[in-house]
Write a protein that binds this ligand. Sequence first.
Ligand code: IPE
Ligand code: IPE
Ligand code: MG
Length: 248
Amino acid sequence: MAEYKELLKLIDRTRLPQHIAIIMDGNGRWAKKHNRRRIEGHLEGAKAIRRVVRFCGEIGIKILTLFAFSTENWNRPKREIQALMNLLYKFLKEETNNLRKNNIKLVVSGQVERLPSKVRAELSSSIDGTKENSGLILNLALSYGGREEIVRACREIAKQVCNRREKFKDINEQFFNEYLYTSGLPDPDLLIRTSGEFRISNFLLWQIAYSEIYVTPVLWPDFNRRDLLLALIDYQRRERRFGRVKSG
Ligand code: IPE
Ligand code: IPE
Ligand code: MG
């Protein structure tokens, strides 16, 4: 705890990332390491979500995007998918009140229509119940795939142009942004992946063009406030150039 307080002092509150995105990986490996079933790893992972959401709200992060279920995760065994969906349902049911109390606004990115109807219903009621909140925006990426998102945007834009509701000459990067699930949100400043894998796994392909990437070997269920502080300290040591040359 003492170390945590020391680390907290190293953070420059005026230079926090506005938007943090996390690939929450390693639940299965955590379970294996502890001789438990994969679903128990996911259960511990849900606890880590609660911790990280609370912490981000407390230190003043504006947006937190969590990769909870990818389009490719539908290819996992049926049993695991079902367990994950049940867990998601329970999480939404239990957490909505806390989100409301802590001024957190829930939004979602992904193919919501593919989720089981009881999850969809709970999701809508959480989104609706927190829509007036002005604190942290919690963006859950569910049945999310970066490629699917881009193709979906292209199809929608093509449709609008064919129907003459949009003009071909108006299509630019800013315009395109508005057709993505993340429309209205700034790009992530910091992308964290837990459990040591150096890959993107189809997450936010468009939005992470200039995100700072931080990979930690810590498995997601073990990820805590201290680990997030370490990521923030690392982020604040970097120089973001966006293709320009160093100023001064
Ligand atoms: C991340 O943990 C959670 C989801 C993808 C839903 P994993 O389930 O991928 O855990 P590992 O990668 O097998 O350890
Ligand atoms: C990425 O993790 C998806 C989520 C964290 C939801 P995966 O475990 O599915 O990715 P791979 O298979 O290691 O690339
Ligand atoms: Mg994984």
